[in-house]
Design a protein around this ligand. Sequence first.
Ligand SMILES: Cc1ncc(COP(=O)(O)O)c(C=O)c1O
Length: 394
Amino acid sequence: MPILSPRIRNIVTGDDDGWGVQTRAQAMAREGREIILLTMGDHDFPTAKPIREACSAALATGRTGYGSIHGIAPLRKNIAKRGSAVHGFEVDPELVVVSMGGQAALFAATFAALDPGDEAIVIEPFYATYEQTIRAAGGVPVTVTTNADRGFQPDAEILRAAITPRTRMILCNSPNNPSGVIYTRETLEGIAALCIEHDLWLISDEVYHSQVYDGAHLSPASLPEMRERTFIVDSMSKSHAMTGWRSGWLICPNADAATCVMDLFLTSAYGVAPFIQLAMRAALAGGKGPEHEIAERYRYRRDRAVEALTASARLKVLPPEAAMYVLIDLRHFAPDAERFAYALLEETGVAVMPGGSFGASTEGHIRISLTAPEEKLIEACTLIAGFADTWGET
Ligand SMILES: Cc1ncc(COP(=O)(O)O)c(C=O)c1O
């Protein structure tokens, strides 16, 4: 019997499974229990009608053949125009490669940056697939902690200490999931300086740049000497409520990198479906309106959720500057946040993510997604606050 390659076996390890609470919540829902699911970063509302209609129109006119692996030119032009306004430099449409979601863009960039056995620095707290993506590329994830009490801004000296002769890249996510923190200019300059000093690639995951409530987004690619060593990951999943469409892209540092990424897609997805690309183009052709509307909806939810949670003096809420999550610090009264999350689910039917799912730096925290209709979200936050107040009494 042939054996499977260890390369594919060791992508998801036992330690990575942060979805236990969600799995339990879904089982409870199947048994008829009323559950409010605040675990995943998936919207509770559908993609806007004009985008869906653009897809239907493309299907109706028979746009069902192979899609362009690079991405159709008018779409890449729209992406480059939007990207130039967002990332702080003139984006060349030739360097944009359309991908199946931000995840495939992340996968391609990681493949491009790493040789087997190379180390990749991942900054905590991090999006749950980062370590797995690095392992899929044959790399070794090296996690670097940040401190809740310093607002989860990475410290350049701690990053420096993690660099070895095998380090080839740093993976950076600002605005950050799960913390909602935007890295400061000083933080990003510190990361950029290390990339330049040690000749590292930077993968900059900027999928939350459209959902900024306080402060402003700064792309590290706009810093001096960084453009040529940065891959930017972007996606319409969050900005345009298009999670299921798998609609993202990579902005490559140069033409050679773009060609190699296309070769990778040639041998894997073979491009994004043309009817999806046409819907993406229609969404971006509409300008900033649709994404602004979604960001405003999350801003409203953020404000209401933070207000409801802070009804409990025990909950230390970190109001997010961006994105669609709220991180809550329980360390001073419920340091075992996983136990808290399971007990919260059993007692109230509210499902949240234990912070340990995003690395050791968020142990003792829980994360809620703002992805429930306003009334349900506030009900859930009120239940969390009430549960926190009684924690330890029984
Ligand atoms: C930080 C971050 N990067 C990338 C992704 C992947 O997004 P996509 O749906 O575009 O693959 C997510 C999804 O939650 C995310 O939170």
